[in-house]
Ligand binder design. Structure first.
Ligand code: PLP
Length: 395
């Protein structure tokens, strides 16, 4: 059988069979519109309520604080745009970080064009937000702070509780994009003083195209999609019942046995990191060693191109991701890797491996051998590497 090793769980996860099973009846048998008053509709309404309750419980929130969306991007757009516009005043100031996902950064650019001012806070060399920088940037007209829970590229975990406390003390709304963290670690919105939180189904073995925005009771932000009265008039549109049911089941599964699963994945991660560091020269781990997602490994290998490495790994059936995005023919290094201070040429040689409980130690061994072989082949073709080795020999 052809080898296949999936190490790109930050991009998306496999929808678990239990989730698919839970969803299926809502396509074919229980297809009623949740707004209809007959029994078929009531069953959809009941199923939506059940998912809402499961999600609320997982966050220590109230079911009425959960609003289903078509994924993390929509939740981020809603949180930022509606929060900005709900203040009534034209303009206003928003604080975010330099390492947010484009769902937040591009929404900030959109708001900038409409007169809002945005401050992009620095992170340190490990990708952790600088709290003193956050404090310094707060102004009387700051309306919102949006900082991600965990970074999607380098896995760094942000000081969410401290940020929540600062926002609360100053009376500023606090939104966090928890798309990569939710379902992988415990999050208590009350303890962390979070006003709004975005999450997405397909990052936790749920279906794609479904997510939610948690909006704390009392937070006055306007509706985002206009139309019918769904989602308490704040997010119109006939509910994606199979998606919502699938998300609920994925959340239920994610939070049962979370600690055990996290321990297993962390073990795989630490093994992978230590073998790569020991066996492949001229590499560096990106992101914080301790404050990092339990499934994230991100390395830069000097003298190689991440894209070429990905292609070589793909030829061996290994799915991974790099820190570059091939946009309009030019290779842009990742804004996250640049923000932690990597020079362009090192940022270009990065590789992200994101694990799941389906992975095994044997797969880690196969991956290390494949990476080692590919990196060494690519270096053999690199004039920069040749120069470097010559100079090393002369020293
Ligand atoms: N925010 C973060 C941190 C992400 O990693 C992603 C997806 O990669 C998103 C937002 C977007 O989520 P979705 O794919 O559900 O729109």
């Amino acid at each position: 059988m052809d080898q296949f090793i999936y190490l790109d769980n930050a991009a998306t996860t496999r929808t678990s069979p239990e989730v698919v099973k839970a969803m299926l009846p809502y396509f074919s048998e229980n297809y009623g519109n949740a707004s209809s008053i007959y029994r078929l509709g009531s069953e959809s309404k009941r199923a939506i309520m059940q998912s809402r309750e499961i999600i609320a419980e997982s966050l220590n929130a109230d079911p009425a604080e959960i609003y289903f969306t078509a994924g993390g991007t929509e939740a981020d757009n809603w949180a930022l745009i509606a929060a900005a516009e709900s203040t009534g005043a034209k303009g206003g100031h928003i604080i975010t970080s330099k390492i947010e996902h484009h769902a937040v950064l591009h929404t900030c650019e959109y708001l900038e064009k409409r007169g809002y001012e945005i401050s992009y806070i620095d992170v340190d060399e490990n990708g952790i937000l600088k709290l003193e920088d956050l404090r310094k940037n707060i102004r009387p007209d700051t309306i919102l702070i949006s900082v991600m829970f965990a970074n999607n590229e380098i896995g760094s975990l942000q000081p969410i509780k401290e940020i929540g406390e600062i926002a609360k003390e100053k009376g500023i709304l606090f939104h966090t994009d928890a798309v990569q963290a939710y379902g992988h670690m415990s999050i208590d919105v009350k303890e962390l003083h979070i006003d709004m939180l975005s999450a997405s189904g397909h990052k936790l073995n749920g279906p794609k195209g479904i997510g939610f925005l948690y909006i704390k009771k009392g937070v006055k932000i306007r509706s985002f999609i206009h139309g019918g009265a769904q989602e308490r008039r704040r997010r119109a549109g006939t509910e994606n019942v199979p998606g919502i049911v699938g998300l609920g089941e994925a959340v239920r599964l994610a939070f049962s046995g979370l600690a055990e699963r996290e321990k297993k994945i962390r073990g795989l991660r630490d093994y992978l990191i230590s073998r790569i560091e020991k066996e492949i020269p001229y590499c560096q781990l990106n992101g914080d060693r301790e404050k990092r997602l339990s499934n994230n490994v991100n390395f830069s290998f000097r003298f190689i191109e991440g894209e070429s490495l990905l292609i070589m790994l793909d030829m061996k059936g290994i799915c991974a991701s790099s820190g570059s995005a091939c946009t309009s023919g030019s290779l842009d290094p990742s804004h996250v890797l640049l923000a932690i201070g990597l020079p362009h040429e090192i940022a270009h040689g990065s590789l992200r491996l994101t694990l799941s409980e389906d992975n095994t130690m044997e797969e880690m061994d196969v991956a290390v051998a494949a990476i080692e072989e590919a990196v060494s082949k690519l270096r053999q073709m690199s004039p920069l590497y040749e120069d470097f080795i010559k100079k090393e020999k002369l020293r």
